[in-house]
Write a protein that binds this ligand. Sequence first.
Ligand SMILES: [Zn+2]
Ligand SMILES: [Zn+2]
Length: 251
Amino acid sequence: MITPKRRKNGFEKPYSCIQIVSLCIAILTMLNFSLLCVPFLPYSDFVNYIQIASVVLLIVSSLLTSIFWYHTSVVDPGDCINRDSGVYCEICAKCVHVTCKHCRRCNKCVEDFDHHCKVVNNCIGKKNYRLFIGLLVSIIFQQAFIIIFTTIFIVRLLKKNIKSFKKDSFKGLNPEAIAFFNFLTLLMSIVVVSSSMTLLGMHIYLHFKGITTYQYIMNKKSNEPVQTEGGNTNKNFHKDMDLTKIVPACK
Ligand SMILES: [Zn+2]
Ligand SMILES: [Zn+2]
């Protein structure tokens, strides 16, 4: 389905379901961790280093994740006019750079097109690729901290036997319910961190291969030799582009 209007960035309609769901998961995980794990981490009556560390690391990593998420979403990776390229996009009705691909969802050509990311609801290309990698790294750090501190809390709870805890030590809240929500946070964080690490590993591999995600997928489909960065004039790269047609020359 082609979006009729050219989308500028990830904050423009239509929104992606994955964008909304991932945003909800991120907010819920942070709220859960901040309200139902951090306050119950004390080990000492004096200075609780674990609690302080968890708060500082959560704030720093969440701030970094939010900054990378916002900038990856807000950047417009389109607009790649190049009159000398010999590549013409019929939809944009413009001559574009040889590494451009016309994204169906955004209805625009994107330079060094990597993929359309549903989490940020934006294309990932030359202008926001590094921000996207920054986002992946910050998510991994943030979720890893949450996993570490939630595990500390759950292990402590299990060691001391959950039933022996009085409601007073949980500020009147039900210990079983707190344990359940912490376990849920732990599971969600494990899923997020493992998928982010797989994705980051994939991008490190592609970096050393000198190809984009799109080129990798197209190459897999066509079963042809991998195209390197220096060889962007490979006609198959454009032949497989949706809605983009090569013309002999652009004026
Ligand atoms: Zn185009
Ligand atoms: Zn797109």
